[in-house]
Ligand binder design. Structure first.
Ligand SMILES: Nc1ncnc2c1ncn2[C@@H]1O[C@H](COP(=O)(O)OP(=O)(O)OP(=O)(O)O)[C@@H](O)[C@H]1O
Ligand SMILES: [Mg+2]
Length: 236
């Protein structure tokens, strides 16, 4: 499948149309951003690592019965996906406190919750992705009650599948962000799952193995992504 024309250039990926109106190509670039896109740097190999990482994870989720966008891996940095009508709300699951929740609620980083949390954030960089809730989703027509309920159920199911997968590789899945969309009316997992949009800590040492290495200038960003990929069995 060939790229037809560029539809959208996001912070990390470029979206292309194809001859098939139901399919898109996502091209993973090396651009790495923080602070809602205010800081952008090129990290060599990131596009390749995240594309293959995402393809691997989405396949695992598909095997476990989660509806995903994935059609085929096209190259080192590109994937063929179903064209979704994206729901403009991000779903965030947390197993331990980190990031914005630590600042918002004043808990210590690493605090282990009684049970995983589920939060919703509006996709809007200018507004810094504000937190929203179910009632706002219905009021603004971002998602219906049935769609949101399914997104929540799928998010928790994905948490169970992936927490187990990373645990077996000696890693803690601290939190992650998902984006869903509609394909022929069905809620489907879109966008990406990679160390860019989740937090992974080494079980033994609590070493950060995700994009926080970039946000916090810890160095060894791609080395950490590659180490995680290796441990879970992604062929790079
Ligand atoms: N299967 C899909 N079908 C349609 N759009 C998709 C699909 N998967 C991801 N997208 C959208 O493609 C874009 C991917 O680019 P990228 O992740 O770089 O964007 P971004 O900088 O996060 O921008 P945005 O704030 O718009 O999400 C996002 O807008 C994402 O919502
Ligand atoms: Mg994105």
């Amino acid at each position: 499948m060939e790229k037809l024309s560029e539809l959208y250039r996001g912070k990390a990926k470029t979206v292309y149309s194809t001859e098939n109106p139901d399919l898109l190509i996502l091209e993973f670039r090396n651009d790495t951003s923080a602070l809602d896109g205010q800081r952008i740097e090129q990290l060599e190999r990131k596009g390749l690592v995240n594309n293959k990482f995402n393809y691997f994870i989405m396949n695992k989720l598909h095997e476990a019965g989660i509806p995903t966008q994935v059609e085929a891996l096209l190259s080192d940095t590109a994937i063929l996906v179903k064209k979704l009508d994206m729901i403009p709300v991000e779903c965030v699951i947390r197993n331990r406190a980190a990031g914005s929740l630590v600042r918002r609620l004043g808990v210590e980083e690493g605090f282990i919750f009684n049970q995983p949390t589920f939060e919703l954030f509006l996709k809007n960089d200018e507004l810094h992705d504000p937190m929203v809730n179910d009632s706002l989703c219905y009021a603004f027509n971002w998602a219906t009650e049935a769609q949101l309920s399914q997104m929540k159920t799928l998010s928790f199911k994905i948490n169970t599948i992936l927490s187990d997968l990373f645990d077996k590789a000696g890693l803690i899945l601290v939190d992650f962000k998902l984006e869903f969309g509609l394909f022929k009316g069905e809620i489907t997992l879109g966008d990406e799952f990679s160390p860019d949009n989740c937090r992974l800590w080494e079980k033994e040492t609590l070493k950060k193995m995700d994009k926080d290495r970039f946000r916090q200038n810890l160095g060894g960003v791609i080395e950490a992504y590659e180490e995680v990929a290796k441990r879970i069995g992604v062929t790079l």
